[in-house]
Write a protein that binds this ligand. Structure first.
Ligand SMILES: *Cc1c(COP(=O)(O)O)cnc(C)c1O
Length: 396
């Protein structure tokens, strides 16, 4: 089983913590207790492993992509196929973990917030499977932009609440979800979709996503009789990356690379590369690297992939950045699109635009690797969801 990495204050070094209003203290304390007593128990983890196996489709394969590697004159490349999971990405690992835990502690109602709709769909799916009520908060603008995912959530039995306050996007939906949680926590669990938010969320999500890294480690031992040389993952809030990195953090020989959204360019507002131009700050309950202007106002961000388009990042990543344990870098929209197209053409796999950022790093740097290096790329999701956007922009 995976061990807790946070200290008693819920911090990873200087980052993380619980920056919450008084009304959230009781629910967050209850959740922390439940996660430590039940979520970390052997019985619960075995139950979750069964659900992941028989419902979500774990273990996912490790696929060697020789033609892709040849095309970029690169090293030996293997994809960890989270795209093959039910609902098409790693998000279901965490949604099932949190919803199962919530049901065990007697909650009957789950709330979530979603920007692009991916986490909303994963949560609505887990709720339908586990017999829980589901309410998803979504900004009005996002609802208009993401109608297929809204239809899916409704079909799965979730109520989708349109948030018309503020800028009508993800951050406004988060505010509404927090309000609901503070009022209704005796019946309700708030399911956060990435390794973010106040403690215990970053650690809970990390542990639920560590299944990716634990499987990868076992598969590498079987395939190569040793650990991989390099692991590359895209970093939005940071859950798929921390999931695959986790069992390798203490193994200093394994190079870990996190790829953020380089967007359109390096000016503030044009990208979502927190480790390129962010500074430590507090957003949505935790301290981490945050993209902000000189006055400390949260800045606008841009990425072609909605899943990477967020001004802050999980606090453990902030700590790993300061320690220089993980190399964080950025890949632009245009490179991610090229990588998506190349993987589709050479291997018959259409990656999510988020995952295409991790592949984009290899497009740029692959030829500099030692040809014998064994490189794992976390293919966090499949690209079907991105096709309408690529067609509209005339990119395919
Ligand atoms: C949501 C999403 C991401 C980004 O979230 P992380 O928490 O950083 O993993 C990456 N890939 C896919 C396919 C997603 O849906």
């Amino acid at each position: 089983m995976t061990k807790n990495l946070v200290n008693k204050q819920g911090k990873y070094g200087n980052y993380g913590g619980m920056f919450i209003p008084e009304v959230l203290v009781a629910p967050i304390k209850e959740l922390t207790r439940a996660f430590n007593a039940i979520g970390m128990s052997k019985r619960f983890q075995e139950h979750l492993a069964e659900v992941l196996r028989h419902y979500a489709g774990r273990p996912t394969p490790l696929t060697e992509v020789k033609s892709f590697s040849q095309a970029i004159n690169g090293p030996k490349i293997y994809l960890k196929r989270e795209d093959l999971l039910h609902t098409g990405s790693h998000k279901i690992n965490n949604a099932l973990g949190q919803c199962l835990l919530a049901r065990e502690i007697g909650k009957s109602r789950i709330i979530a917030e979603t920007g692009a709709g991916q986490h909303g769909v994963a949560t609505a799916t887990a709720c339908a499977y586990l017999g829980l009520d589901c309410v998803v908060y979504m900004g009005k603008v996002d609802i208009e932009r993401q109608s297929p995912n809204v239809a899916k959530m409704k079909l799965l039995g979730a109520e989708v609440i349109s948030v018309g306050s503020g800028t009508q996007i993800l951050k406004d939906a988060i505010n509404e979800a927090l309000r609901d949680y503070a009022t209704n926590f005796d019946t309700t669990h708030y399911c956060i979709g990435s390794a973010l938010g106040p403690h215990p969320y970053p650690e809970m999500v990390r542990i639920f996503q560590s299944v990716i890294g634990n499987e990868t480690k076992k598969q590498c031992r079987e395939k190569f009789a040793t650990d991989p040389d390099v692991i590359i993952a895209c970093v939005g809030g940071g859950s798929n990356a921390i999931g695959i990195f986790s069992p390798f953090i203490a193994k200093k020989k394994v190079r870990l690379i996190g790829v953020e959204a380089g967007g359109l360019g390096d000016d503030l507002g044009q990208h979502a590369a927190r480790f390129f131009s962010g500074k430590p700050g507090v957003l949505h309950g935790c301290c981490s690297y945050v993209l902000q202007d000189d006055a400390g106002q949260i800045s606008e961000t841009h990425s072609i992939s909605a899943g990477l388009d967020y001004p802050s990042v999980g606090p453990l990543h902030a700590s790993l950045f300061d320690q220089k344990r993980v190399l964080y870098t950025r890949v632009k929209d245009e490179t991610a699109i090229l990588a998506l197209k190349l993987l589709a053409k050479t291997e018959g796999i259409i990656p999510a635009l988020e995952s295409a950022h991790a592949l984009g790093y290899l497009l740029q740097q692959g030829k500099k690797f030692n040809k014998k290096d064994k490189v794992i790329v976390n293919l966090s999701g499949r690209g079907d969801k991105d096709l309408p956007q690529l067609v509209v922009r005339g990119l395919i």
